[in-house]
Design a protein around this ligand. Structure first.
Ligand SMILES: Cc1cc2nc3c(=O)[nH]c(=O)nc-3n(C[C@H](O)[C@H](O)[C@H](O)COP(=O)(O)OP(=O)(O)OC[C@H]3O[C@@H](n4cnc5c(N)ncnc54)[C@H](O)[C@@H]3O)c2cc1C
Length: 391
């Protein structure tokens, strides 16, 4: 006998970065106190599957659980160490497990929230959205869905795509090697062939650091090759021979102008990667998720479409051009980032990536680049935009 599905005001599918930021923002607002909210994830969220880094000014919402905060960082190319002019920004590192535990603890204390661990098999759109799982079904007036639209995986030619893929080792050294007050944002001294690839170093103490080799390329590389690059960076560039790997992190982030944000409906709002909350040209989304979750909450309270005002067309166009250049002229990666970081203070770049710059500031950043590949990509993107509605 089928039981009647439990009904909620809001359901959040996916307790990842976006889902938990949204749950947190709802929890903090009295408007939602009498709303029944379901949060459902197939995973227990009890594994440290990511390290999130982000920049922000002043005190942040997650400082109390941050793993490390830096005020000083470098961009490295051709043995040149460029100190980042971060202005009021600090660069912060948060272990995903600390974020999950913190959010889960808070959610479980709320009488109006229900946390369910089950895989969502299907969501049926319409008034009273149905959420179908293997064992249970639920209903909600509005669903926030972090599952990536299937069409994204099927129709690969519909958008510009490259991948941000990386592997990182948390290493522990036998002697003092690192300055824990300074991080390396990008180091281009070691590259995978002639691709847009670099390493970053996030030291948490004199003997511990997360060293991550990252590529922005159309294709993945073999797993053993990430290890080769990491070994080479640690041993030949950092010149550390005596160390052990205590943790490994690996991931792939789609860098794309696929119009995820257009996949929402009147009753279902796509969130996170699935809702264009990841900045296509950088792969960062942690801070965006915090900002966009607050925006969703404010939209709901003001009777607006929940996703209204998330992302701007101007910045989507910049992202598309940047992705097109990297896709077609991947070997220019180092040159592009070098121009950006040597000709602009880091605080301007951070504000640009946060989509908070004025047009005049944007032009300063755009003027840093060698124009030919960008002009070619501009026309490529404009040509494609006539075919792709996502632009
Ligand atoms: C290893 C790694 C490191 C990263 N580092 C950074 C960083 O330093 N800074 C930064 O800003 N960004 C970073 N990112 C990018 C981005 O912040 C993350 O990918 C972020 O987690 C995206 O948030 P999300 O909520 O969309 O997805 P996720 O955090 O992956 O959450 C999605 C959730 O949905 C659940 N789910 C999926 N399908 C179903 C289903 N059918 N039923 C039930 N539950 C389901 C999953 O179990 C998961 O918990 C990183 C990404 C990776 C992979």
């Amino acid at each position: 006998m089928k039981t009647t599905p439990e009904v909620f005001d809001f359901a959040i599918v996916g307790a990842g970065a976006a889902g938990l930021h949204l749950a947190q923002a709802m929890m903090e607002d009295s408007f939602f106190r009498n709303k029944k909210i379901l949060i459902i994830d197939k995973a227990a969220k009890d594994v440290n599957d990511k390290t999130w880094c982000y920049w922000e000014t002043g005190k942040g919402k997650w400082d109390k659980i941050a793993h490390k905060i830096w005020e000083k960082g470098y961009f490295v190319t051709n043995n040149r160490y460029q100190l980042l002019e971060m202005g009021p920004f600090k660069y912060k590192m948060l272990r995903a497990i600390d974020f999950y535990n913190h959010a889960k603890q808070q959610i479980l204390l709320q009488a109006n929230f229900k946390w369910v661990q089950e895989e969502v098999l299907n969501i049926v759109d319409g008034a009273n959205v149905k959420i179908e799982c293997e064992k249970h079904s639920f209903q909600a007036i509005h669903v926030f869905d972090s599952r990536i639209d299937k069409e994204f995986f099927q129709n690969k030619d519909s958008s510009i795509r490259i991948l941000q893929h990386f592997k990182g080792w948390m290493i522990e050294t036998v002697s003092d090697v690192f300055n824990p007050d300074e991080f390396v944002m990008m180091d281009f001294r070691l590259k995978w062939k002639e691709s847009a690839s670099f390493t970053y170093v996030l030291p948490t103490s004199k003997r511990k650091a997360l060293v991550e080799f990252t590529l922005f390329t159309p294709e993945l590389i073999n797993d053993a090759d990430y290890d080769l690059m990491l070994k080479s960076y640690v041993e030949n560039i950092l010149k550390v021979k005596d160390y052990k790997i205590t943790e490994v992190e690996q991931g792939v982030i789609p860098m794309t102008n696929y119009p995820f944000h257009k996949k929402s409906s009147a009753y279902i709002t796509k969130i996170g990667t699935a809702g264009s909350w990841v900045k296509p040209s950088s792969g960062y989304s942690f801070k965006n998720s915090e900002r966009f979750a607050a925006k969703v909450v404010s939209n709901i309270k003001n009777g607006r479409v929940p996703s209204k005002g998330i992302g701007t067309n101007r910045h989507r166009k910049y992202d598309s051009i940047f992705l097109d250049v990297l896709k077609n002229k991947n070997e220019l990666g180092e040159k592009i980032f070098t121009a950006m970081y040597l000709k602009n203070p880091a605080y301007r770049i951070f504000r640009f990536l946060d989509e908070k710059t004025t047009l005049a500031e944007d032009l300063k950043i755009i003027a840093s680049f060698e124009s030919a590949p960008f002009i070619a990509s501009f026309f490529n993107v404009v040509k494609k935009s006539k075919i792709v509605s996502g632009f």
